[in-house]
Design a binder for this molecule. Sequence first.
Ligand code: TYD
Ligand code: MG
Length: 456
Amino acid sequence: MATKDKTVWFCTSCGNESPKWMGKCPACGEWNTLVEQTVATGKAPKSAAAASRSGSHRPQPLREVGSAQDRRVSLGIGEVDRLLGGGLVEGSLVLLGGEPGIGKSTLSLQIPLSCPGLKTLYVSGEESPRQVKMRADRLGGDISNCLIFSETLIEDIIAEARDIRPGLMVVDSVQTMYSQGIDSSAGSVSQIKEVTSLLLHFAKSTGIPVILIGHITKDGTIAGPKILEHIVDVVLQFEGDDKGSYRLLRSIKNRFGSTSELAVFEMTGTGLREVTNPSEMLMPQHEQGLSGTAVSVMLDGLRPFLFEVQALVSTAAYGTAQRSATGFDVRRLNMLLAVLEKRAGFKLAAKDVFLNMAGGLRVADPACDLAVVCAVLSSAFDFAIPADVCFAGEVGLSGEIRPVAQTERRITEAARLGMKKIYVSKFSSLDAAVKDGISVVRVADIPALVRSVFKQ
Ligand code: TYD
Ligand code: MG
């Protein structure tokens, strides 16, 4: 029977499929994101979806489903285990995303090397076995239980893996793999989707966990892991500046644990090193306070940590003042500046304001508002806030300081790291004003904050 080819249009942003070209994706509303792809119909080998349906599964009453805990595999790197919610769940498919060169291959090779009890099949479509060996030598560790397979045809990889039955399979990367059931080239949307579905079916049917690596480009033009997020069980994303040495690994989706957890790594000459206390790297690198800096206590998932907020306020050289923020929402910065102007009378309209979060961190916790406000004022007044003072509070539109989640835990963490004073909202429910050697100052609004922090 002849194979009939069909052309469809995929959105590179959301993966939606349309029968014809359109300027705007009807699903996600993005413009110019549709790309043409050929998909084979007719006598193509059984697709992943069909394969997963062919089993003898029947619907069953929920009450009869066993409620045993998921079996988890430890990956030998404590921070990765923590991020996953206590190890990798058997049969799960984890997508490890990030820009090229950020350290995805390094991390996924470090896992088998630091976990000699785990038989790992490392499939590389990008590097030759010799290149992987050189990297492994550089990283050090036990290589006795790691199998390396240089292959890009996904059907062969799965057949091999079914044969070997490893404890973990790593596939580097989804963009280099292809399925013979699809006619388009490797890295196209239809190939990426098919490869991922086949791997998902493999993981679910064998119980072997799979780590799938996916590249994300800065401009997002190439169809990438974005469209896979709803297929896979867990999405871990590497962030950070590839010039700097710190890398942040974030859990964006996790069917078996909490999201918005964060793990910090440092890229060294011998691979990635866990930074178990991120406050150390994000804290001020100077003894005395400098003007324009303020320390904030942020919460990532369940763990509080401290980091430095830096601001520079200078007279605008041109007509319109510039506002720029790295790692912080610039609209929120504008809102905070407007509050300072309207509620506390600071004239910042004619000033350039630059804001930076230490360590390439991206911050969304509203508790950082207070530190942002103080860093801006500290720079504007050229007044150094002592290095052992920190802040945790949200600023409201009327200039009031609002309580934030888990204030007590933030205070405890600040005290543990040697902070002497912490500013929080007056409205937080706390038992005592002084805890564990740290004095807790409770402020109601911006004028009260300014009086307390910036008095000589
Ligand atoms: P890599 O894991 O190849 O990135 P990805 O798979 O995400 O594309 O990481 C490559 C970068 O890491 C490269 O710039 C070199 C650096 N690196 C080190 O600094 N130390 C090391 O021990 C290793 C293995 C890599
Ligand atoms: Mg790589």
